[in-house]
Ligand binder design. Structure first.
Ligand SMILES: *[C@@H]1O[C@H](CO)[C@@H](O)[C@H](O)[C@H]1NC(C)=O
Ligand SMILES: *[C@@H]1O[C@H](CO)[C@@H](O)[C@H](O)[C@H]1NC(C)=O
Ligand SMILES: *[C@@H]1O[C@H](CO)[C@@H](O)[C@H](O)[C@H]1NC(C)=O
Length: 334
């Protein structure tokens, strides 16, 4: 089924007791004016609500982070470390007694998280914050209020095994500790009060994706460890187990926005695991999302442009959609 609706209209689809609101996101950056490559990912927001993503440039400029808003431009490029390929970004809370702004970026080739600093004169520098050759990637990251970073990673195999995905913790001091192993893990996000950690898991059988789930863990506030793993959402229940979960972001109400890579859609899911809304995107392969803008309420959805563009081809697109509450990441920085 496809829905073509204006961004201000919504249609109620009544199925039993559940009602899923249907929306269409609005194009912000299109194939015509994009300065991003097709590996655009890691949507992130800073204190001012500006939006960032990786792969500013073309399909061979992977060590770059770019501004999506207010105006497309280069934010940071690692010219020192061979092979650097950024995927996830998060902005950090300003450190006490320092006048600089901080971002963390996941480099999935060099198995590290880079700390990017912007000093008071606007000079941007990067330095490895946390690294471990045992990290599978990392793919995406989420940042706790106390400065701890949670990382996910994945390895594609014909037949996924436990251990093709991992969850790691990087402490504020840059020490790493493995928390769990699963099938392929990708989207990772904390709840607004850092009480829960959500992580996606996908499983392939004979090179076909057969399962996509979101798990929820309880986070121990003192040690940062995770426990009480429970199934939060299984996409088999909505017949899309074959579509990969990509980025996950929370709003301040604890609703999750979940990217359906290949599904041309972002789903909004309540903290109780109920699908509240389907946000259709103008491109088939969204990768990541973030709530940003002046009030932290504008969902920015990034991914490679087009409907059937092959992997690595074309350029990066961005759509937007207006939420009724600000994002967790934005509000943490205020
Ligand atoms: C990609 O961009 C870089 C940096 O601007 C440039 O050197 C390179 O030639 C470009 N590559 C392609 C394939 O367009
Ligand atoms: C795996 O997929 C290949 C290609 O589609 C097919 O030929 C083969 O029979 C499959 N093997 C199993 C065990 O299902
Ligand atoms: C980048 O794009 C060019 C031109 O479309 C293509 O030939 C090349 O395979 C792409 N590179 C990657 C890494 O996907």
């Amino acid at each position: 089924m496809s829905f073509k609706l204006s961004c201000f209209s919504a249609l109620l689809i009544l199925g039993g007791a559940s009602a899923i609101l249907q929306y269409q996101a609005k194009p912000l950056i299109t194939a015509k004016n994009s300065k991003f490559g097709p590996f655009i990912e890691g949507t992130s927001v800073d204190k001012e609500g500006k939006v960032y993503a990786v792969n500013y440039g073309n399909n061979s400029t992977l060590p770059t982070l770019g501004y999506v808003t207010p105006k497309q431009s280069l934010f940071y490029e690692d010219t020192q470390t061979p092979g650097t390929a950024f995927n996830g970004i998060r902005f950090g809370i300003k450190e006490a007694h320092h006048d600089y702004k901080v971002a963390y970026a996941a480099d999935y080739i060099n198995h590290r998280v880079v700390k990017v600093k912007v000093d008071s004169r606007g000079k941007v520098t990067g330095k490895t914050h946390c690294s471990n050759p045992k990290f599978i990637q990392p793919n995406d990251i989420t940042l706790a209020r106390n400065g701890r970073i949670y990382l996910s990673g994945m390895r594609f195999q014909k037949d996924t095994q436990v251990g093709d995905g991992d969850i790691w913790l990087c402490t504020k001091e840059g020490k790493s500790r493995r928390l769990d192993v699963l099938g392929r893990t990708n989207g990772i996000e904390l709840s607004p009060n850092d009480q829960y950690l959500y992580v996606s898991e996908a499983v392939d059988r004979n090179s076909t994706t057969v399962s996509n789930k979101i798990w929820r863990y309880r986070v121990h506030s003192v040690t940062g460890s995770i426990s009480h793993k429970t199934l939060f959402f299984d996409f088999a229940t909505v017949n899309t187990a074959h579509l990969n979960i990509d980025g996950i972001r929370s709003d301040v109400k604890g609703n999750l926005f979940v990217v359906r890579h290949g599904g041309q859609e972002v789903l909004k899911i309540s903290p109780k695991g109920k699908i509240l809304a389907s946000i259709k995107v103008s491109f088939t392969y969204p990768t990541n999302i973030e709530l940003a803008g002046k009030h932290g309420t504008t969902l920015h959805i990034v991914g490679r442009c087009g409907i059937d563009t092959p992997d690595g081809q074309g350029v990066g697109c961005v759509d937007t959609w207006e939420n009724d509450a600000p994002g967790r990441a934005w509000s943490l920085l205020q």
